[in-house]
Each structure stands twice: as C-alpha cells, then as structure tokens.
Design a protein. Sequence first.
Length: 303
Amino acid sequence: MSGDDSGSKVLLMGKSESGKTSMRSIIFANYLARDTWRLGVTMDVEHSHVRFLGNLSLSLWDCGGQDRFMENYFRSQREHIFKNVQVLIYVFDIESKDKKKDMDYFTESLEALRVFSPKAKIFCLIHKMDVILTEEERNRVFEQRQNELKRICMHLDLQCFRTSIWDETLYKAWSSIVHALVPNKALIHKGLQSLCDLCDADEIVLFEKATFLVISHAHRKEHMDVHRFEKISNIIKQFKLSCENSRSQFSSMEAKNENFVSYLDAFTTTTYIMVISSNPNIQTAATVMNLKGAREHFEDLIK
Ligand code: GTP
Ligand code: MG
C-alpha cells in the first residue's frame, strides 16, 4: 500500500500559521496544545516517519506554508512533492485574512494531485474553530466552507472536518485520516464485533497505543453521544502523558458508576482496548479472561 519504501506518503499543506506543525506534534510527538506557540515556522518541507500499529509506516511531509515555499511546491518541486501521495491533508485557518489565496493554493494542489497522484484521498481541516465563540456560528461557518470545498473538488474523494487543538475534534479528524490507511479494517471490525458479543459488552473500542487514535469500534447498544470516542482519546492520552511525566507507566484502568463499568487495558503490542458494559452481572475478571483469549488472534490481524 505504500507509495515508496518509507511508507504511506501523507502531505500536510495549508498557509503559514494555519496550525499544521502544531497538530502533528500533538498527535504524534506528545506535545501539549499550550506548548505549540513555541514552534517555529517550518522551512520548506519537514519530513517525519511515524510507525503506526507496528507495520504501518507513515511518511509525513509537513510543507511549510509561507508563500515562497508554496510557489516552489507548485513549480520547481511539483513532481517531487505531489507524486505517490496517499493522503493530502489541507489545513484552512478560519482566521485567515486572505481566503481567496487559500482557495487558489488548494485548487493548485488538487490540479497537481490529479496529474501525479489521482487516487489520493483528500481531507480538509477547517481549523482553529475555537476562535469562533458560539456553536451555532461554528456550524454555520463549517457548513459554508465545506460546501465551497466540495464544489471545488467535484468528483474527488474529499472529507471535511472542523478542528481545534484545544479540544477533542483534532482526534476525530486524525482517527479518520489514519483509518483510511489501516489494512485489514473489515476483519478487525468483524473480530471486535464477535468479542463484543462474547464479553456481553455494550461497546468495545480499539485504540492505537502511542497516539490513542481510534482504530475500530463495535457496539451492541446505541449510545447518544457521537463524540464519545474522540473525547476518550483526548482524556486518556492526557492522563497517560501525565503518568509518564511523573515517571510511571499507564497500564490499565476501570471506571464505574451505577449504570456501567468501563475497563481499559493494553491489548496487543500496538493497541489498547476499552470494554464498556451496563450489565451488572459481568465481572471485570471475566472480561480480562476474554481479552486474554482474543489477544493472539488480534495480534495476527493487526500485523
Ligand atoms: P508554517 O510552518 O509557517 O507553515 O505554519 P504551521 O501551519 O505549521 O503553523 P503552526 O503549527 O506553527 O501554528 C501557528 C500558531 O497557531 C501557533 O502559535 C499555534 O499555537 C496556533 N494554533 C495552532 N492550532 C490552533 C488552534 O486550533 N486554535 C488556535 N487558537 N491556535 C492554534
Ligand atoms: Mg509548520
């Protein structure tokens, strides 16, 4: 599935200060949102290689967004930048003063992809949503921008997300992006659904170990909160990082109230698993046994 030997090529583009380096540092390098103001401007392209789920390797191209660099990407470096791309992530700064230029650069990127990587998946992040004060206005701005982008993309495979480094929306977007690259998705989901039945659980969620992005989930009961996965990713990742800061390792946790029990534990070598059950007769010890029995099967699937 990779475009070259170094893994799936993921281009991160958008104007300068739109937040590209901030988001990649939070998701893949354990940065805290409050520390991102320290990041300097990205000069030209910064390459990083991320191992994900053991065997999946992402080659992230964080393309500095200053005009002088953008001009080069579209001219002298065009083929070098745009060939063999699996995913383009285009970040739009909602505070941008020059929306027309942003749209022009995005259109140019699509043109280049059409020639050099016509199968690339395209994700647009409408970013810094936190600067808009009301939810109503955030929805309005997002819908409007999404419609404009879909018109430009026409028949291309485009997904839009509203994001901010200050809340869990970043996890939602990046889980979807990475999900697009995970092999064996259907088999992993099927296995998780069987495990959910076996554990008599309401829901089971599988997280990637280092990033805590959601890989897959299965459920037997509907839940009203559609944002619950990214909230858990965000909260547990923060907790795991604070454990590491105090020189201890996060291993597992159980949270309980009168309605449910949720059990989170390391699962395969590259994942964590969370089992949520509202059946008061299910003992955590039984869940632990079921997970132990399933571990090897999932280890093979995820490899
Ligand atoms: P170039 O490297 O020049 O292309 O910029 P960049 O896109 O990498 O921007 P960078 O990540 O360096 O972020 C620029 C500034 O935006 C930093 O001060 C971040 O703290 C801030 N920032 C990033 N994401 C958000 C966000 O979601 N909300 C707000 N309010 N600020 C953000
Ligand atoms: Mg940068």
